[in-house]
Design a binder for this molecule. Structure first.
Ligand SMILES: NC(=O)c1ccc[n+]([C@@H]2O[C@H](COP(=O)([O-])OP(=O)(O)OC[C@H]3O[C@@H](n4cnc5c(N)ncnc54)[C@H](OP(=O)(O)O)[C@@H]3O)[C@@H](O)[C@H]2O)c1
Length: 285
């Protein structure tokens, strides 16, 4: 069964596609830059060049495809207009084209940022999204709503996987986190998920029977505090004056933390790296 992967040249996709190819799955990728797609072509992926916002490219890319894993998204260094055009509008068009092409699986990457703060407990999939008012998060919520509507009205075989903060396998994301986490109180936490576990979750979502229209949180078992993030990035926090602020607490200590019981129960997900420290010890950062 050929799997079409969008966003294959991105941080998640460039690590997920080789995993698929190692399992001898036929993979087609939709990429807008042949140079960025070249390493995937060398590994055996079929490359279709095109932009997600080009409807003509979508129909061609979907020909003969049984499953779609939609990772393409605009949120790094793009304006609001582009974020909405790619994350909402193009996602809906891709789903409509996938319905016409008769795919049997449509796995779409979401983000746990859609939950927002204020629940006083880890966020669950049934919670109403209350995202921060950024084009990225609001366009992801709008896309999810449209995908679920297409499931109800036209039978789109969608499975949404909401990813926590993804790290590992050379991704600079953990180091980048300090650009904003540095202002956090010492004990505010970030929920992580390793690329190997994102790969596991996406594969489980593709293969599972009878879970169309469902949404799953994907995260590890041990969110890290701001203090730990600093230490993981090699910063000393033990000298006087070098540690983060301790005189304030987060308004909601559960902000950004998600419950993963559903993906464990329904898809059999068990993190390969339950904590960032197991990934560190395995040399998988
Ligand atoms: N990384 C995380 O921590 C994280 C957390 C939660 C959710 N997610 C979700 O996971 C998915 C993948 O994220 P990522 O971190 O891998 O993002 P990324 O590194 O920014 O990659 C985005 C991918 O989308 C492609 N893309 C963007 N605009 C496009 C367009 N107009 N046409 C075709 N392709 C386009 C990019 O192509 P180019 O290579 O040509 O730019 C790239 O392959 C996204 O849906 C994101 O929302 C990620």
């Amino acid at each position: 069964m050929t799997i079409l992967v969008t966003g294959a040249t991105g941080r998640v996709g460039s690590r997920f596609v080789p995993r698929l190819l190692r399992r001898a799955e036929p993979v087609r990728v939709l990429a807008r830059d042949p140079v960025r797609a070249e390493p995937l072509a060398r590994l055996g992926a079929e490359v279709v060049i095109g932009d997600l916002r080009d409807g003509g490219a979508l129909a061609g890319a979907l020909k003969g495809v049984a499953a779609v894993v939609h990772l393409g998204a605009a949120f790094r260094e793009v304006g609001d207009e582009e974020a909405v055009a790619v994350n909402r509008t193009a996602t809906i068009e891709l789903a409509e084209a996938a319905l016409r092409a008769g795919v049997s699986r449509f796995v779409s990457a979401g983000t746990t940022l859609v939950y927002g703060p204020g629940r006083g407990r880890p966020a669950r999939e049934a919670d109403e999204p209350a995202p921060p008012a950024w084009a990225y998060t609001t366009s992801k919520v709008a896309a999810e709503e449209a995908l679920l509507r297409l499931h109800r009205t036209e039978g789109l075989p969608v499975r949404i996987v909401r990813l926590a903060f993804v790290y590992g396998e050379g991704d600079p994301h953990l180091a980048e986190s300090l650009a904003w986490a540095r202002d956090w109180p010492a004990h505010k936490r970030l929920h992580l998920v390793h690329h190997a576990d994102v790969g596991q979750a996406l594969l489980r979502a593709v293969r599972a029977e009878g879970v169309d229209g469902r949404t799953y949180n994907v995260a590890d078992d041990a969110p890290v505090t701001h203090l730990e993030l600093r230490e993981l990035n090699g910063e000393s926090v033990t000298e006087p004056g070098t540690g983060p602020a301790v005189d304030q607490g987060p308004a909601d200590p559960w902000e950004g933390i998600v419950d993963t019981a559903k993906i464990r129960r329904e898809l059999g997900f068990r993190p390969i790296y339950p904590t960032v420290y197991t990934a560190y010890e395995a040399g998988a950062l």
